[in-house]
Design a protein around this ligand. Sequence first.
Ligand code: ATP
Ligand code: MG
Length: 630
Amino acid sequence: MSENFDVKLDNKSHLPEYSYIDNTWMGRYEPAYRRFLDDPERFWSEIAHELDWIKPWDKVLEWNHPYAKWFTGAKLNITCNCLDRHVLGDRRNKVALIWRAENDLEERVMTYRQLHTQVMRFANALKNLGVKKGDKVCLYMPFVPEHVVAILGCARIGAVHTIVYGGFGADALNSRIRDSKAKIVITADVSYRRGKAIMLKSIVDEAITNAPSVEKVIVLRRSNLNVELIQEKEVDFYEIMEQAENYCEPEEMDSEDPLFILYTSGTTGTPKGVVHTCGGYMVGTYYTTKYVFDMRDTDVHWCTADPGWITGHSYIVYGPLATGATVLISETVPDYPDPGIWWKIIEDIGVTIFYTAPTSIRMFMKYGEEWAKKYNLDSLRVLGSVGEPLNPEAFEWYYRNIGKSKCPIIDTWWQTETGMHMIATLVGEKMKPGFAGKPIPGIIADVVDKDGNPVEPGIGGILVIKTPWPSMMRTIHNNDERYRQYWSGAGGYYTAGDLAVKDEEGYIMIIGRADDVIIVAGHNIGTAEVESALVAQEPVAEAAVIGKPDVLKGQSIKAFVTLRVGYEPGEQLKNDLIYNVRMSLGPIAMPSEIEFVDTLPKTRSGKIMRRVLKAKEMGLDPGDISTLDE
Ligand code: ATP
Ligand code: MG
């Protein structure tokens, strides 16, 4: 990377006054961060002590770069913290899950006691099928309550789950089953998307033809389609539960035993099978759910991700249930039957914490704020964002139209690999649109050059995490070499693959992926900055920029732009957009070309895949596009 990499920092900031700042568990940011720095191991052990362990740890951390072991010697079962603790305490009859169907006509509610029983029965059913601790179980399911039951059922007996998003096709499913050597696949007859039924079971049939590890397929028959099951190989979800006992002793898991394997989104290349372990992951997700979202016992938490992504694992299932929250889960997409559906659900259920992705927010902006205005969103208290940089324009829109200028926007930067939030602006802290925030207490993050030396504020560089944290991935399944690479660049720190810039106050802004960086006349340009300058303009709904070879400048910038409803593409508009970027960022960051498109290529989790645009533009092979949403 060249040394020239300055970024224009925007000093817009909101200073909302929150009366509940001082109630935040652990206290405010500064003292909590100092407490962490004073004694990191004590900091983490204090948090871990809030949870139930079958046997406590001998050591908090054993760090042998790049390998970490957390809470060594401890025994636990994560489901005891997500379920038994609440059932034995006073949350027994508290609502654990509220589910809304895709058509928004069906609702199901489950208390902690009911969920506990279902999980134990399902765990016993798995045992009856011969599943043992350490066996791999692949989940390929619609987002129904049974999905959560299946996840926790695996964890109860120590089976390692690997969840594949139900929107993937047979090839993507096949490669994940083969890579993980899953013994069992759990699926359903159908899932619904925008009113259409997707035959999940037939996709599984295709995906397992050459996957000899699969011994049984468990099928949840949710519709009246009467899917026939092949005797011997296939069993019915509820039939096997009915034959199972009610009580299932939790498997004693070692803190470092694997809990799950999950493949990354595939935004920048072939997805990596990230391995997370029991103890550290439990502590990390519990801590961040409670602290970053300021979770209270009265909260109704809605994270709009799917369990097939890390966000679903950490902030639909494990984190919120470990804190004993009421969790809303929903099969709905943001714009079906209309772009008001999510706001309607928030009003109906009284959601207090809402966590979504910039791609959805930009989509709502495209349709206009009238949809949100139709509903009462007063119950909302905290809003979150994850997955991509939240453009300042999208931040403002979210803050005003959804949060009614009273809810903090918690932008959370983290990854499948990190397991939990790393950088965020906590409730009660000053928010700066465009900046994710500061490293949370427990995390030492920085922006450095290629040798690991910190760069000056305002200068872009490599985002690193300097010290281990409990929920860090332990390896990449079947590819430990790839794991070591994460810790081998930039002075041996953990490199996330993202570029960032820090301001004088220590706030970190993500400026793009290292793989996507554009170098114009010797200046490194992060994609996020140019894209935000485009999105800041009224007609633009979304933008993606790439670098194209240029004889004079090395690279020139090409922007792909989608327009908001009511705007038409045209030469004048192109010139205006380019001119405005030039005015806000200067000539270096100005696109030399703009193409209007109807949609941008995205992963199925909604992240823009610039490498696909670039390959197409250059007539090159786009590489692994198994996660591309068609
Ligand atoms: P792959 O690693 O397979 O290319 P991916 O990186 O998109 O895919 P995830 O682990 O789902 O897979 O996403 C993590 C990445 O998402 C981060 O490295 C970062 O680029 C981006 N990201 C997540 N949250 C934020 C955020 N709040 N602001 C900016 N970027 C974010
Ligand atoms: Mg990644």
